[in-house]
Design a protein around this ligand. Structure first.
Ligand SMILES: C[S@@+](CC[C@H](N)C(=O)[O-])C[C@H]1O[C@@H](n2cnc3c(N)ncnc32)[C@H](O)[C@@H]1O
Length: 330
């Protein structure tokens, strides 16, 4: 079901019987591409941001609501009802790990070795059966799978990182079997996290403070970068609307609503500041490390002066309710 990176013909890992190419397999990961971690050059006509440098700063200390993710994964498994699922741009396994042990064979692909190594370690430590998990270094713009080879695809929080997201959707369509499902959530980072729904007055007031603080840090940091170094935020397809393009390509779609009613409180120092300090946001990807260190140190000094030493303990409370899962069917 794989596609040989050498001759492009269907193959089984690790050896292509047609051209004789053997796929390197180290530390639990098949290396199906040599493409770079990040491409930001205009010359190639295409850009993407792999998370090699971001690594462990992606998940942070307390960013994601595990109960909500588990519930989404339970529903993804129910919707697919078995077969092979490709988790494209799986990252450190935020969704891949809770999908294990739910009757699916999973192929986890990402361009970043670091993220894949984190995923593999988490999978091993999860206690789940990983005999149905294949982990691969691969580029979403040229998925190393044969046409019509998988039953379902997820590509969670990927499209905004690529300058040509429609090319990725074309690849997803190609590798799906007839009747196969592309399972999506909204792909817009930071959507609606400050919604006031079901929050107490105290939580709302704290959220406003949190928002003011993060705005301050963001504004000052990128102002220093712009004015002193000519470096801007890296953003490619944040507002890409996949509905139209998927509507044109796929045969039909179904929408499922997953009932969720959950609150999480994150603390600034463990979430936003942890990730920002580590250069863990994709929009920091063009910032050289030494320039980042200097800018972040200066911004934090201003921040402490203005908001006080206790400010990093500010929290924000996120209320999540019913998640919509859209399934595009080939
Ligand atoms: C925001 S993370 C999402 C990870 C995971 N899906 C999740 O929801 O937690 C985006 C991931 O996309 C990967 N990525 C970016 N460009 C890619 C490409 N061209 N091919 C494969 N993976 C890519 C990054 O390395 C990163 O791990």
């Amino acid at each position: 079901m794989f596609k040989c990176p050498g001759c492009g013909k269907p193959m089984k890992l690790p050896l292509c019987l047609i051209c004789g190419r053997k796929i390197l397999y180290t530390d639990g990961i098949y290396r199906l591409t040599d493409d770079p971690y990040i491409i930001n050059g205009e010359s190639t006509g295409i850009k993407y941001i792999g998370f090699e440098e971001i690594g462990e700063y992606y998940s942070g200390a307390s960013f994601f609501n595990q109960a909500v993710i588990d519930e989404k994964c339970r529903n993804i498994a129910k919707i697919t009802g078995g077969g092979t699922l490709l988790d494209l741009a799986c990252g450190d396994g935020l969704y891949t790990i809770p999908l294990l042990g739910r009757g699916l064979s999973i192929i986890a692909m990402d361009i970043s070795d670091k993220m894949l190594a984190l995923l593999y370690k988490r999978a091993e430590n999860s206690g789940a059966d990983i005999s149905n998990l294949v982990v691969c270094r691969a580029n979403a713009l040229d998925i190393p799978l044969a046409d019509g080879s998988v039953d379902a695809v997820t590509a969670i929080s990927l499209l905004h990182l690529i300058s040509r997201p429609e090319a990725v959707i074309g690849e997803i369509y190609r590798v799906l079997k007839k009747g196969g499902e592309y399972i999506t959530f909204e792909d817009r980072p930071g959507a609606d996290i400050f919604s006031n729904k079901n929050l107490s007055a105290g939580e709302q007031a704290e959220n406003i403070k949190y928002s003011e603080i993060t705005d301050f840090i963001e504004r000052r940091y990128f102002k220093i970068l712009e004015e002193e170094h000519g470096i801007s935020r890296t953003r490619y397809s944040w507002f890409f609307d996949q509905k139209n393009i998927c509507g044109e390509i796929f045969d039909s779609k179904k929408i499922y609503t997953v009932p969720i009613d959950s609150k999480t409180r994150n603390i600034l120092k463990d979430s936003y500041l942890y990730r920002m300090r580590g250069k863990g946001y994709s929009n920091q990807s063009a910032v050289p490390r030494d320039i980042h260190e200097d800018a972040f140190r200066r911004v934090m000094a201003e921040f402490t002066e203005l908001y006080g030493a206790e400010a990093p303990d500010t929290g924000y409370t996120e209320y999540e309710n019913d998640v919509e899962i859209t399934v595009y069917i080939k």
